[in-house]
Design a protein around this ligand. Structure first.
Ligand code: SF4
Length: 377
């Protein structure tokens, strides 16, 4: 508890807020990349405590939310096949595909199991040699090392009945896509601390330089976020655009060398589709040629999948920070956590779910316009 209470201290929070209020003299808009940070911000009302001129734009950093509909539909198709055990983390089960979700597949007789680690799925494969066991390997750089290690072990152990349905995405290309969008209002980033604990910070200086945006590596507790915002505002006011690490208790510049080696061994960089956003070049990983036998998309023929998104869902705009969830007409009416139309209403890291859970039911007044000169260099 010591480390949790330490980063929830109200006196320190007050002092950080005073500093931000005293420093911010102009309108600024920054994006928190990670869905975990979005939840912390909304849960603690951090955005409401900041000066009116400082806007937090919620980014696309919820792994469940950005997993493309096509991959969800492929998961549903594979999980429906006889002889398959389909393993996944729990929050993927309610993500809507074109016409059903994994819960529905389970209700219709599919063997869909919730696991807490990809190694649990490997264990199921070992104990069921007559079944095909598939793990749904989604997420950002954070979950990639464990998935890579599991496939590596499957190959070492000669397990022929284990495969991975891969949908891994990478943060830096997403930052490029956000900054290159003509409607972009983002002037700085709070980078996701857990991603940087794996990858380090070496990919960020060139982005900060190219787009002239401060990038501050930030944690998830209220004080972490306030400190990240404080450092961003300070840089913006001074006209700086540096990479800073405000999460040194977890992040080193070089990242986690063992995890990086495992990713490099098992995955290769590929173009990747992001739900609601589209394909971003080099923004994902797929299994490298040497591990292709463990790729569920190759093992199962799921090429005929036809997808159809809800016409009402505006999660693509939410994920790009173009609207707040409560500006979507379906928010809280036809779309709720019990009847989600989009993945952002399902995931524990989804912005729509956060707004619903913490009762941000009405849209806030429009923020002050950011200074033109500071947008995209
Ligand atoms: S509130 Fe529902 S329908 Fe609207 S963007 Fe969010 S998930 Fe989609």
């Amino acid at each position: 508890m010591k480390y949790i209470q330490e980063f929830n201290d109200p006196d320190l929070a007050r002092r950080l807020l005073e500093d931000i209020h005293a420093t911010a003299t102009r309108p600024w808009a920054m994006m928190e990349v990670c869905g975990g940070q979005t939840h912390s911000i909304i849960r603690h009302g951090i955005d409401q405590l900041l000066p009116d001129t400082v806007e937090l734009i919620h980014g696309p950093g919820c792994p469940v939310c950005v997993t493309p509909l096509e991959v969800i539909d492929k998961a549903l198709e594979i999980a429906s096949r006889p002889g398959v055990v389909f393993c996944s983390f729990g929050d993927m089960l309610r993500v809507p595909g074109t016409d059903r979700d994994l819960f529905r597949v389970r209700g219709e007789g599919g063997d869909v199991r919730v696991v807490y680690s990809p190694l649990d799925a490997l264990d199921i494969a070992r104990r069921n040699p007559d079944r095909q066991v598939v793990f749904f390997g989604i997420g950002f750089e954070t979950t990639a090392p464990a998935n890579a290690m599991t496939v590596h072990q499957a190959r070492r152990q000669g397990l022929r009945n284990f495969s991975l349905l891969v949908s891994h995405v990478r943060v830096p290309p997403a930052i490029e896509a956000i900054m290159d969008a003509p409607e972009c209002r983002v002037q700085a980033f709070l980078a996701a601390g857990h991603v940087c604990s794996v990858m380090g910070t070496t990919e960020y200086p060139s982005l900060a330089e190219r787009y002239r945006v401060p990038i501050v590596v930030t944690g998830f507790e209220p004080l972490d976020i306030l400190e990240g915002v404080r450092r961003v505002v300070r840089q913006l006011e001074r006209g700086e655009h540096r990479v800073e690490n405000a999460y040194p208790r977890a992040v080193r510049a070089e990242g986690n060398p063992g995890a990086l080696r495992m990713i490099e061994e098992v995955f290769e960089v590929s173009d990747r589709a992001w739900r609601g956003i589209g394909t971003i070049p080099r923004s994902g990983w797929r299994l490298a040629e040497a591990y292709r036998d463990f790729d569920a998309e190759y093992r199962f023929d799921v090429t005929g999948v036809r997808t159809r998104e809800s016409a009402l869902c505006r999660s693509g705009e939410v994920l790009q920070g173009l609207i707040k969830p409560n500006e979507c007409e379906a928010f809280g009416t036809t779309c709720t956590p019990r009847t989600p139309l989009g993945a952002t209403m399902v995931s524990s890291e989804g912005a729509c779910a956060a707004y619903y859970l913490y009762r941000r039911l009405a849209a806030a007044p429009a923020p002050a316009a950011p200074e033109e000169a500071s947008i995209v260099g």
